[in-house]
Design a protein around this ligand. Sequence first.
Ligand code: ARG
Length: 463
Amino acid sequence: MSPKLWGDGSEEGGALLDEFNASIGFDRVLYKEDIEGSIAHAKMLAAQGIIAQSDFAAIKRGLTQIKGEIDRGEFEFKTADEDIHMAIERRLTEIVGDAGKRLHTARSRNDQAALDFRLWCGRQNEAIAKALVKLIETLNAIAKEHTATLMPGFTHLRRAQPISLAFYLLAYAAMFMRDFERFESSRKRNNLSPLGGAALAGVSYPIDRRATAKELGFSGVTMNAMDGAGDRDFALELLFNASLAQTHLSRFCEELILWSSSEFGFARISDRFTTGSSIMPQKRNPDAAELIRAKTGRIYGSLIGLLTVMKGLPLAYNKDMQEDKEGVFDAVKTLSDSLAIFTEMIGDKDTTFNAEAMLKACKRGHLVATDLADAAAKKGLPFRDAHHLARKAVAFAEQKGVDLSELTKDDLARVDRRLADLAPALDVFESMNARKSEGGTAIDAVKTQIAKVEAWLQEAKNA
Ligand code: ARG
């Protein structure tokens, strides 16, 4: 039996408190980072003459064996070990004896926990960024095929103006590109080693923090020991970035749910991502999209949870900070799974858009009203007056029971003679293709956007 680090009390109360105090139940996820960190630390201690090279050799051998034991599921995790750091050190001492007891020289669990978690978060940032690249690539590939596919663009969920499907997809690509950049910039900002900060104030041994940082792939070391062990902003950034990326996914999912309903009929989600109803044989429910939409809540919960844990905490380490992990683990899994599933779903060959239904929808709701007003304004009429005339034309079409795009030259002349020769402005395709301003929906403007995404993807992959 290893001596209890903390707590006393009755058998029962002690056991409950041990459970309550322990993080071994969840921080075991960090075992690889913990072992890598310890090997780098021991190597540096030996290089600096703080421990013997033979101790380092024994520590490395022992830790490598432990990694194998955990990898294979043979390692015995005990609540009495409290956390992954103590568990590994306990086992190390069992295997290599006194050398194991020397590992914790010039280190505290405070900088050790911060190190492991920073390493882990940095790696997750990278993995998520890669998944975002894949999604952006997928969207861009679909967009390329649909620069001339019309669909109604909405504001207030009311049909507004004709746009292309490519333009719509690229709006999401732009959001996910910013998400990628947020993960990347967080990774760069936080890729600093806190190791050597020890409990809070640094150590009196002649350590080389930069050597361990370099060994572990960090770009440098944290400036201040108290901050290094006492803040969790890197985890909060990850949670915020995840919250926002999941927000973007949730909006896309919401639209796929709407577009694939019989009310819209714009899209069909591949059967692989829908389920039937246990009672209504005709149903194809968009479960995957609904779940991605819903899971946004748990990521927000984790963000608010950790912000609340950190709020008002005195420096430096407090046990409160042990509550930093579960929400982050859950958020990373949720976002990673959502990205993988969404990318598969949108890229599936059986997820399709119904060009005919979308074109039909462009011809209901007077989507070309702005174009009529613009055409009149381009002929010299002040835009406000042109707007007024176009409204009159809409009212006329409504009376006639047709869409504005269906009015004839004669109809327009009857509304106002100044509109007489503006019938070409009522074509829905021309309406889409006229918006050539930079970033607009016209085919050429969208092709420029596609080229930008392609250049961006090249750079992102080389980063
Ligand atoms: N299990 C702890 C955590 O996750 C490790 C640090 C403990 N440090 C301490 N002084 N109790 O935060």
